[in-house]
Write a protein that binds this ligand. Structure first.
Ligand SMILES: Nc1nc2c(ncn2[C@@H]2O[C@H](COP(=O)(O)OP(=O)(O)OP(=O)(O)O)[C@@H](O)[C@H]2O)c(=O)[nH]1
Ligand SMILES: [Mg+2]
Length: 293
């Protein structure tokens, strides 16, 4: 397991690694995000991302999920929360980045291990139920950083999310006293929907407008000094068209209290913003080029 960020230069390439926990409410889009990232459908020459590959079997399974769910219109199962934290899957991915757009040989290899925490973990936090909670918090405390996935259209849940996240942050602070600051990326998902898309380049503004209480809480933790916080907007689906973009989205059913959706046109699948939060979590530096992808 990776303990913390390490970075080493070998020739022209640079190696970075990170160990990330993906947390958020049920249906916030965590598993879809990881599946979209693993299958990285975009191969534009202007993108900083050269390739994403699986580095273990679980990572390969993610690619399979993307094929089924997004491309063939199958619905993704809710992620189960295993009884033992050791049974939770480690998704291994390698993200290869160019150092500058258009550059050929100066590469950054970002080796990532991710754990997809079931939304059930988040409800357990809110209800302070679930005997396994403590074990999971211990596991979270080992991570390089945490991605907090929030469905951008779920602004009515703002107050509820504050309670859950505050409990998690308090518990993590108690779990052990790290010499370094912890990083938390607040990631708004499904940003191709509603008016999120037109404001996707202002993620902090968007997050504060839609989730004012949650952002205030995160900012106060940051002021307190133990946490670093940054804001991101992503869409696993993306849009169709450039001049008059519309969501690449087809509703297939209303299920599990939410709308289940698949890509309308898998051939023109262009997710947005997927790598930026990971890069920041692993390096502490925001790469604004990645906010354009
Ligand atoms: N419009 C849109 N829908 C999305 C996006 N990402 C995920 N969804 C949909 O949101 C629903 C929930 O996605 P999941 O990835 O299963 O959510 P989850 O957070 O893993 O849920 P749990 O495993 O229950 O915790 C699915 O119907 C997805 O198709 C997105 O970028 N845009
Ligand atoms: Mg899931």
């Amino acid at each position: 397991m990776f303990k913390d960020l390490f970075s080493q230069k070998s020739g022209q390439s640079q190696d970075i690694s990170g160990d990330i926990r993906v947390v958020g409410d049920r249906l916030s889009g965590k598993t879809t995000y990881l599946a979209a990232l693993a299958s990285w459908p975009k191969a534009s020459s202007s993108s900083l991302v050269e390739a994403v590959t699986a580095s273990n079997k679980n990572g390969e399974d993610l690619i399979g999920m993307a094929q089924n769910i997004l491309k063939q219109g199958e619905e993704l199962e809710p992620t189960p929360l295993p009884d033992k934290v050791l049974e939770m899957k480690n998704y291994g991915l390698r993200i290869v980045l160019r150092k500058k757009s258009g550059a050929q040989n100066a590469l950054v290899n970002l080796d990532l291990i991710c754990k997809d925490y079931a939304g059930e973990f988040f409800s357990d936090l809110l209800n302070q139920s679930g005997v396994k909670l403590q074990e999971y918090i211990q596991d979270c405390s080992l991570a390089t950083g945490m991605m907090l996935m929030i469905d951008g259209t779920a602004h009515r849940q703002d107050s509820q999310y504050v309670r859950g996240i505050d409990k998690l942050m308090v518990a993590l602070d108690r779990a052990d006293d790290l010499a370094r600051k912890r990083r938390i990326a607040m990631v708004l998902t499904k940003c191709e929907l509603a008016d999120l898309w037109i404001n996707r380049h202002r993620p902090k503004w968007l997050a504060e407008a839609r989730f004012p209480e949650l952002c205030e809480k995160l900012n106060s933790w940051q002021r307190f000094g133990a946490w670093e916080v940054d804001y991101f907007s992503v869409s696993a689906f993306g849009v169709l068209g450039n001049l008059f973009p519309r969501p690449n989205y087809k509703q297939i059913a209303r299920n599990r209290q939410a709308v289940a959706a698949v890509l309308e046109d898998p051939k023109r699948w262009r997710p947005f913003g997927l790598v930026s939060p990971i890069y920041w979590l692993c390096t502490g530096v925001r790469n604004t080029e990645l906010d354009k992808d």
